[in-house]
Design a protein around this ligand. Sequence first.
Ligand code: TXA
Ligand code: MG
Length: 340
Amino acid sequence: MERGADLDRAVAVLRGGGLVAFPTETVYGLGADAASEAAVARIFTAKGRPRGHPLIVHLAEGARLDDWAIEVPEAARRLARAAWPGPLTMILRKGPRVAAAVTGGAETVGLRVPAHPMAQALLRGFGGGIAAPSANRFGAVSPTTADHVASDLGDAVDYLLDGGACEVGVESTIVDLSRGRPVLLRPGGLPREQIEPITGRLEGADAEAPAAPGTLASHYAPRAEVLAVAPDEVPAAVAGARRLGAKVAVLAPAAAFAAWPELAAELAPELAAELPGDACRSYRLPDDVAGMARGLYAALRDLDAAGVDVVIAALPPAVGLGEAVGDRLRRAAGPRRDPS
Ligand code: TXA
Ligand code: MG
């Protein structure tokens, strides 16, 4: 795998039908030419992702919605003006330019204009849409650094654009505007509070909503077992897990640890092996919810690398970005899929 910050090289790889991993403000994406069936097919192989699961098409700032979608409702145009470029994906009825492989045969397409300057430069240089899921293996935690991408996908990527760590840290918010009433399919980097003044109240996904892998209960899962609990339930959850002899770590905002003096053993991956088996590790996230979101996936990866068996995660209030952080923690805690 080639890695660097050479945009011309990245554009050439996309034009040749190859795969480019690139940074966005949310997480890294694994991109291919959205108009090429063959290039898009390679994404599914690289990720080990089932073909029926649709991909988001990423567009340059100023791209015309009507080039990629049909029957675009007025609410979608208002939301695009207010929130793009930014961490929002809209589901709309798909236009003819979108390769069938992108949507897995569905009549809708997810569109997003990312805010990361390197993603925008790539999109401008390429000139078309870039279909891209998160650049991790299917079912795993999304990558927020180039190193995460390299360790998950390695040589399956033709070129890895390294743009440093992602600002937002959780995936885009997905709003379905293709079915009359606006539906929140996935809370994410754009809080509900910034969407509802424009679209009206967002409904929750129901049985009619198209199956999306990101909405499976057990998606975004690290190897360790995760228990997502309210902060005041952390000590009891720790005691329960330690009785089972598990290597336990608590993942919470730094300030929360003041209430749990017995959990003082700091976690550092190089220290984990030295701590006695009955010591509970702590992993401190920033106290503000934006910092929690930014650090969440790297934390789950670090905890896996340290060989932790059980992660007890403190849920933040479901306000602003807290809704997305809580959603990802609950999914990480969801029932395990078969490990393929
Ligand atoms: O922040 C993000 O959205 C990142 C960056 C790279 O843009 N992308 C991302 O893609 O998270 P992915 O494929 O890992 O998750 C996209 C989710 C999936 O759950 C997919 O099923 C859903 O969006 N999705 C895509 N197109 C859809 C459609 N037409 N209808 C319903 N769900 C759709
Ligand atoms: Mg993903």
